[in-house]
Write a protein that binds this ligand. Structure first.
Ligand code: NAD
Length: 474
């Protein structure tokens, strides 16, 4: 039996314990519960790469948690601290996430043990292509069975290398572009994928603030505008979430926590400027419009309305959970709150929006990208001009009937056909709204459910269990 003592829990055990709460609510029998939680398969690869005349051995993983739907889907991270337990935990979260937001994929995750900043572009390309070869040869990469995406330390560039390697290995596969998502748009990607996870965080918060009782339950009032936010991690997810929330929803980003410390400005930080400063200086220290502090972890405990951990797992633990002052924690990262911390925060009445919901925007838009790759056509290509024509006829008719001219701005809005990015954002917004509504419905209708995380797990696990039971796996 794995140890379940506080502080000794691995990421995987944390996820399993959270799943157990939902399994108890659902009253699933032990065998079913075990089968649901375990990873179907885990591949570990070790491969040599020639780096400047010296052979280096790299270790990577790809875990498949569930295959009740195919392909199995999940990001690939390049990081110097990954291990198999973490990859399995993340693969399990992917299964629960996909089920929650109705994305018809199984759950998977991959990782390469590497510090990407230690290698130049050519070396990284070589390493990524070699890792791709391993995954493909061993049956862990294909549009039909296993489709990676970006995660910590990877992005569009790595996905383009992976897709290209796969294409050369499988030139007969007409759907080769669907072997990974998160590709650059000019290499088969979809508009809106890079921003998708952060955009999903924004939509999740917008939906939360549409429910006055939920806002009150989190000891807040009013709308999203003017709320003070502390965000940890200004990477892909954190940057886009902070940017959209501050620029479009009038939220004040009062602190940005990065690896090397924190910058604070109670009047609100200019997110774009902060990012450009980090890109130029490789640190947030010295940013002119904010006060720098060395202790980033301590800043998680700052007074604020909303705390958005968007960096990595295990940031809020039983050590600091009692000192968190935020009223709402929005889990943009995977697993930022441990099982023990979750219990403490729930007792203290701090509301948490769980990771499987909050960061599901990434896999949702990946799903759209995969469909686009399989259908070999850009969304909106067939209907955009037709919609414009209809809009124009409608506007003309309106002018004729009312005998009034529609102002140009309004007319242009009326006749504009939806572009790919419009459709992607609309599909993502709908997904996030519906998922939140399902979670709150479960929370309000079942007395055994006391928090949004358990609600999310109940919804996902019920779907997974039904899917397995329907096809007679058990
Ligand atoms: P990223 O590598 O682009 O960004 C991570 C950021 O966090 C970096 O800026 C890094 O410097 C910072 N960081 C790392 N450790 C930190 C620490 N201890 N304190 C403060 N900052 C720290 O990664 P990402 O893609 O933005 O992913 C972030 C999280 O979101 C991960 O948990 C990932 O699994 C999850 N996620 C990502 C996606 C996606 O589409 N990229 C989708 C779903 C979930």
């Amino acid at each position: 039996m794995p140890s379940t003592k506080p502080e000794k829990l691995t990421f995987r055990q944390n996820v399993d314990l959270m799943a157990d709460r939902a399994i108890k609510v659902l009253g699933l029998e032990e065998g079913v519960a075990q089968a649901l939680k375990c990873c179907d398969s885990v591949l570990q690869v070790k491969f040599p790469v020639d780096i400047s005349g010296k052979i280096q051995i790299f270790t990577g993983w790809r875990a498949v948690h569930s295959t009740h739907r195919l392909p199995a889907k999940g990001g690939i991270r390049f990081a110097p601290y990954v291990n198999q337990d973490e990859v399995e935990a993340l693969a399990a979260l992917m299964s629960y996430k996909c089920a929650l937001v109705d994305v018809p994929f199984g759950g998977s995750k991959g990782a390469l043990l590497i510090d990407p900043v230690q290698y130049n572009r050519d070396e990284l390309q070589h390493i990524t292509r070699r890792y791709t070869l391993e995954l493909s040869r061993k049956g862990f990469l294909s549009p039909a069975t296993n489709v990676p995406a970006p995660d910590v330390g990877t992005g569009e560039r790595e996905m383009a290398w992976m897709a290209d390697t796969y294409k050369h290995l499988h030139p007969e596969d007409v759907n080769y572009l669907g072997c990974v998502t998160g590709k650059p748009v000019r290499h088969g990607g979809i508009r809106g994928r890079t921003e998708a996870t952060g955009r999903g965080v924004q939509y999740a918060l917008q939906e939360f603030f549409r429910h006055k009782e939920d806002v009150k339950h989190a000891n807040m009032s009013g709308g999203l505008g003017g709320k003070c936010v502390v965000i940890q991690g200004l990477g892909n997810v954190g940057y886009h979430a902070a940017k959209f929330l501050s620029e479009e929803d009038d939220v004040k980003i009062i602190a940005i926590i990065e690896r090397d410390g924190v910058i604070v400005n109670k009047r609100g930080l200019p997110v774009e400027k902060v990012l450009q400063f980090i890109i130029k200086n490789k640190t947030i220290k010295g940013f002119p419009d904010g006060k720098f502090g060395k202790n980033g972890a301590k800043a998680l405990e700052m007074e604020c309305d909303i705390l958005i951990p968007a960096a990595m797992e295990g940031q809020i633990t039983r050590q600091n959970a009692n000192r968190i002052k935020a009223k709402l924690i929005v889990e943009a990262a995977n697993g930022p709150v441990t099982f023990e911390a979750d219990k403490i925060l729930n007792k203290r009445g701090i509301v948490m929006m769980p990771d499987t919901f909050v960061n599901a925007g990434g896999v949702t838009v990946s799903y759209f990208e995969w469909i686009r790759n399989l259908s070999h056509i850009r969304f909106g290509r067939m209907e955009r001009r037709y919609d414009e024509l209809q809009g124009r006829q409608y506007a003309d008719m309106l002018e004729e009937v009312t005998d009034k001219k529609i102002p140009d701005g309004k007319r242009n809005k009326l006749i504009r056909g939806a572009t790919e990015i419009d459709l992607v954002r609309s599909g993502l917004d709908d997904t996030m709204r519906l998922a939140y509504q399902k979670m709150r419905e479960a929370l309000l209708s079942n007395k055994k459910i006391h928090d949004l995380r358990t609600a999310a797990f109940v919804i996902s696990i019920k779907k997974l269990a039904n899917s397995y039971l329907d096809i007679g796996v058990f």
